[in-house]
Design a protein around this ligand. Structure first.
Ligand SMILES: [Zn+2]
Length: 297
């Protein structure tokens, strides 16, 4: 091999590296900074592996968000123009989340008063070790508490009440879980990260918790409430539901992580049925985290 050819290869490799670095750094950081800027998400300061930007021109973490990608809160769902990218089942860009956990969970300390008037179901909030820094555990627990205590939640029926326990044995455990652990437990037949409910345990996929779903168009807080209420719905014996009417609030038991469109869900779940068959009827709902969205607060 000639020196000239070696130089050419090195130059080509450098070009490729720079290009990849630019692609990586462009979309990933904007929503991440939005999240980090929120005090309730002291995300993973030490336990994540953060890639060093290849170029010094990459935005630093203290820089203001240049272009909030969630300016698309004008729901792309409602639009059908050729310029609109339909939300898909892939994980949105966002903060880096550690893939591996230690495979065991620690209960977050804290209890709540009973909410609701029906049969009391106790729950614990647990975090897989090695996934987040300790400071991120309390906000996770608080978000779970709020999702279950909201008047638009499952308690609206009057049939069920919730109370968080920490030392006592719970009826259901809600576990923040590393990506690879969740994939192993929940299955990965549908090749998109997802949470699941298995035998008295809700496994909350950490990448979904910290990065949400495209169907929520940047509304991470809303997506988190959906995630908790959907999986607790399985605990309460509910199965999946399709979108009932075009433009309606998506049922909380719809697999909104993948899509709020029946046609898209039918495609995504065709090779791995998820309980209820989804008809290709063209109906598209609006993302909704609540079992009873019509209840006034
Ligand atoms: Zn489900």
């Amino acid at each position: 091999m000639t020196v000239g050819r070696i130089v050419m290869y090195v130059f080509a490799a450098m070009l490729a590296g720079v290009t990849i670095g630019m692609l990586d750094s462009l979309p990933v950081d904007a929503p991440a900074q939005r999240e980090v800027a929120q005090p309730q998400v002291p995300v993973m300061a030490t336990s994540i592996s953060v890639r060093t930007p290849p170029s010094s021109s990459a935005p630093s973490s203290s820089a203001p968000p240049s272009q909030p990608s969630s300016s698309s809160t004008t729901a792309p769902l409602a639009l059908a123009g050729r310029d609109v990218v339909r939300p898909g089942p892939e994980l949105p860009p966002g903060v880096a989340v550690r893939d591996q956990g230690e495979g065991w969970w620690r209960t977050v300390p804290g209890t709540t008063a009973q909410v609701g008037t029906g049969r009391v179901r106790t729950y614990s909030v647990e975090v897989e070790q090695g996934v987040v820094v300790p400071q991120a555990q309390l906000p996770f627990a608080t978000a779970v508490d709020e999702a279950l205590a909201d008047p638009r939640g499952w308690t609206a029926s009057g049939d069920v009440a919730f109370r968080r326990v920490d030392v006592a044995q719970p009826d259901v455990r809600i576990r923040l879980t590393a990506k690879e652990t969740a994939r192993a437990i929940c299955g990965f037949e549908i090749p998109y990260d997802t949470s699941c409910y298995v035998n008295g345990v809700v496994y909350v996929s950490a990448p979904r918790w910290f990065r949400g779903a495209q169907s929520y168009a940047g509304d991470l807080a809303g997506y988190r409430k959906y995630l908790v209420n959907h999986e607790i719905g399985h605990f309460l014996g509910r199965g999946h539901e399709p979108c009932p009417a075009d433009g309606a609030p998506a049922p909380v038991m719809m697999q909104q992580t993948f899509s709020v469109s029946n046609d898209a869900l039918a495609d995504i779940t065709a090779s791995a049925p998820q309980g209820a068959a989804v008809a290709r009827d063209g109906k598209t709902c609006v993302a909704n985290p609540w079992p009873n969205p019509g209840v006034t607060r």
